[in-house]
Ligand binder design. Sequence first.
Ligand SMILES: [Zn+2]
Length: 66
Amino acid sequence: MSGAVASSMGRFECRICWHVYDPAAGDEVWQIAPGTGFTDLPDSWHCPNCDAQKSQFLLIEEASDA
Ligand SMILES: [Zn+2]
């Protein structure tokens, strides 16, 4: 288990429509398998809701439960 892998599995939010890409869920629209990190998405991937490019997505800072 490495920290690099964990960070790549963060959720990303579209800053245009606020659609959230969750790596744990994947993306049914683009047929992305669950467990696929945002950084592993193909460059052709766009927001399934508003068609924004990957560059329009921002990493969601997870609040610590501790
Ligand atoms: Zn969007």
